[in-house]
Design a protein around this ligand. Sequence first.
Ligand code: 6CS
Length: 314
Amino acid sequence: AEWKFAVEESPGDVQTLYAEEFKRLIEERTGGKTTVTVYTYGQLGNENDLTELTAGGAIQFSNASPGHLGTFVPEVQVLSLPYLLPESDAAKGKVLSSSPALYDSLAKDFASKGLKLFTVYPEGEMVWTTKKAVRTPEDLSDVKFRVMTSPILIEQFKLYGANPVALPWGEIYSGLQMNVIQAQVNPPFFIESAKFHEVTTHLIYTGDVEYTTTVVANADFWNGLSEQDKTMLNEVREQLQTFILAKQKEKNAAALAKMQKDNPKLTVIRLTDAEREVFRKRVKPLNAKLVEMVGGRSGKILEQLQADVAAASK
Ligand code: 6CS
């Protein structure tokens, strides 16, 4: 068999490293009877296109980050809420790889859209790149801020005082260059890889949220797999969890120094606790807003996820 796996990122990026290691492990375990073809960003379409291709069965696996998947599986937006996941890497990894809120509850909302939730992993803390110093919500009042395409992100950045615009990431670089947008937010490894630090001047560390991504499979494809294949995939999934936690950490740690070398004028701002608190207060209504917007089981999923986080943080 040939399995197609499309990622939302470029060669060498975190999602691509995951997919390539997935390919290596599957081909090794099946002795080459199953091959995996990896497609990077743009080869098959943008983020939203990949989800449609997977749900429709044209491809078997893809990354579907909550930042974009919210237009298709609205409940997944709980993962985009700031100040929700545990700070410690171990607790974060545990919640994302095994939380019942995600794999028992949220997985049902994926299934109803033709998607099997295969795994969730972190890609690093979200950092803003801007064209001026930002320390307060007032500083954002004249900033068109690019966010991913999930509706909750528009609400988040409105609460922060910015003027948010949703775009696929392929439009960020030229948007910043032409000043159609003046800011964007992403983990450090990705900012460096996509060169957003060439067209912005400031990196703002706010400590509000971790970038997470999900890997999904076509549900009919998954349900039609043999028990043996499912067991193999679950073992590969476990193996990859350790692999990707280390990889993303390593890449994010190296990114800042690289960006500063490329662009010596880059100003790095780490908001103080007091400055962070102002944004944190602003965004307090967001959880209730999400439940109001999405309805259905979203409130239950959020409550359960908060309980899973508390349990993992002990
Ligand atoms: O900003 C985005 O849209 C993209 N960011 C990352 C880190 N991965 C893929 C995603 O589409």
